[in-house]
Design a protein around this ligand. Structure first.
Ligand code: NAD
Length: 273
């Protein structure tokens, strides 16, 4: 192994399933302790149970009070916070004329406001730790990886809210890279193309593909025609796996990226909308 994350603590939101779970597993494979968060308690606990040094804290990252509790929970459990992956998210798509205010705002809340609140909640501890380490003559790099999408960088038809949230988090990423460089924090984003999770399952009129978010049923999935188009348009000719997605995140969570900050890495097999 060219590096280890042995002494590091990671916080991964939305890690009960899909890409977040693969990220938690990948960071753990390299030795990190992981605080697993998800809206759904059972999948969060299940992810944590598969990892050697992990705990789970279920909760809704869009609840304005929860991000501070999540950061506090990670610090109380592990005593430090070195890698933050803002991954929790979902799609709530429609063409603009059918997009409600609530729907648009929900996409900004989960993809932009939640990462903002989590990073703001972590800022006191991160700044204090960096000041202490600098006074001791040590440089300890910490990592923020915000998850975005080619819908954010390219725009996705039928995704005014999702694309806006995913574009917004790039602004947050670039801004924090400037504010936190002095505290030795690399702040980057990884944007995915089509990765095989429940979010891109083929829509089927005979099968309910809705997910439950805060008691509301939200239709997710992708039209089969769109999936076929994406496979043809993608230079690598296929969708990606959660493990492949997690590998891109690992780069930004590892010392391999110690001199990279404020950047967006697209992990999408070359696909662009
Ligand atoms: N799958 C793709 O093709 C794709 C493409 C681009 C970007 N993304 C992004 O990757 C991230 C992970 O998505 P995925 O494909 O693994 O989806 P997923 O549905 O498999 O996993 C997302 C997890 O986030 C959790 N979550 C949702 N809302 C939450 C909340 N308010 N608080 C805490 N947890 C919450 C869900 O319960 C779920 O377990 C998302 O930000 C998504 O927008 C995915």
């Amino acid at each position: 192994m060219p590096f280890t994350l042995e002494s590091k603590t990671a916080l991964v939101t939305g890690a009960g399933r899909g890409i977040g779970r693969a990220i938690a597993q990948k960071l753990a494979e390299y030795g990190a302790s992981v605080m697993v968060n998800d809206l759904d308690a059972a999948p969060a606990a299940e992810t944590a149970s598969t990892l050697p040094k992990a705990a789970s804290l279920a909760g809704d990252v869009t609840d304005p009070a929860f991000p501070a509790a999540l950061v506090k929970g990670a610090l109380e459990r592990f005593g430090s916070l070195d890698i933050i992956v803002n991954n929790a998210g979902y799609t709530w798509d429609n063409v603009i004329q059918k997009t409600t205010d609530e729907q648009f705002q929900a996409m900004l809340n989960i993809h932009l406001a939640a990462p903002f609140r989590i990073l703001r909640a972590a800022s006191d501890w991160i700044r204090d730790a960096a000041k202490r380490e600098t006074a001791e003559g040590r440089r300890v790099m910490r990592k923020v990886v915000n998850i975005t999408s080619i819908a954010g960088t390219d725009g996705g038809a039928g995704q005014a809210g999702y694309s806006s949230g995913k574009a917004g988090v790039i602004g947050l990423t670039k801004t924090l890279s400037k504010e936190w460089g002095r505290y030795n924090v690399n702040v980057n984003a990884v944007g995915f193309g089509l990765i095989e999770t429940r979010l891109i399952q083929p829509m089927n009129p005979e099968r309910d593909t809705s997910i439950d978010v805060q008691g509301r049923k939200i239709k997710i999935g992708v039209q089969p025609k769109m999936l076929e188009w994406a496979k043809t348009a993608c230079p690598l000719g296929r969708t990606g796996t959660p493990e492949e997605a997690a590998s891109a995140v690992l780069f930004f969570a590892s010392p391999l990226s110690d001199y990279v900050t404020g950047e967006v890495l697209i992990c999408g097999g070359g696909l662009h909308f």
